[in-house]
Design a protein around this ligand. Sequence first.
Ligand code: PMV
Length: 313
Amino acid sequence: MPGTTATAPGKIILFGEHAVVYGQPAIAAPVRQVGIQATVTPALRAPKGSVQIQAPIVGLDAELNSLPEGHPVAEVLRLLFARTKVVRVPAFNLRISGNIPVAAGLGSGAAVSVAILRAVSAFLGRPLEDAAVNDLAFEIEKIYHGTPSGVDNTVITYARPVYYVKGKPLELLRVGKPFEIVIGDTGIASPTSQTVGNVRKHWLAQPEKFESLFANVGALVQAARQAIEEGKPEKLGELMNNNHQYLCAMGVSAPALDKLVTAARSAGAAGAKLSGGGGGGNMIALVQTGTASAIQAALEAAGAVRTLHTTIQ
Ligand code: PMV
């Protein structure tokens, strides 16, 4: 049995995070500057069923059977074995590597799941279709996030910009004119399950306020979709600024995020917002061609531990 390798990109949410958990649309895009790689090699001398996992990015070096129930890497393998109906699993080593920062809003968890599903299913001779990869990765997102919308696993599985509504068929987004964004990382790890849980608490306490915030975000996402498809990305800056305001009203921003958002705007970005779960993690800024490095420098001066420049196309 030959070894196999698969990769999965990072992702960024352009519009609609949090509201997407409550049925509103979101727009997300892959970020290919970062990614996760899963490599499977046969362990010829090990007994059947032995699976040795090394994932230095999450400090993991363990035999599959020693991992507790609910461990996301173990569960992705267990789900995969069940789905592919492979009973006698040949011994293998699984190595997971990559450069997507963990708990930063770049989709590291979903990318790990997708890369593992692709590499291991191919190794077993039962390569999964995208739809199956997406389904199984969604199951694992529930472990990471509690009540995920499914946007992360979807954009990472299909590795294309998506317009996503929970429970609805996938809609790939046609980008009329490519546009550039800069991503700034606060360096503050903020588990998505926590901010998603906080929003749920506030929504239960103030349903009317939150329903109206979610609906406003939904309307803004529709406008963003239209601008992206019509090739009018210059309209996105203001929509990003408005989306950030709504996220602040939901209570998911943080001083470090607001500082980076303000710094990007002062340095000439057409708009900026937090991206992903919030509380820390990343923000994004819409930049004009030729201005990215100045905005990256401004973000770094304002405390960003890492910046990325990517084109959405
Ligand atoms: O923190 P991230 O980028 O994984 O973003 C999660 C996006 C949320 O809308 C906050 C949650 C979800 O499941 O959609």
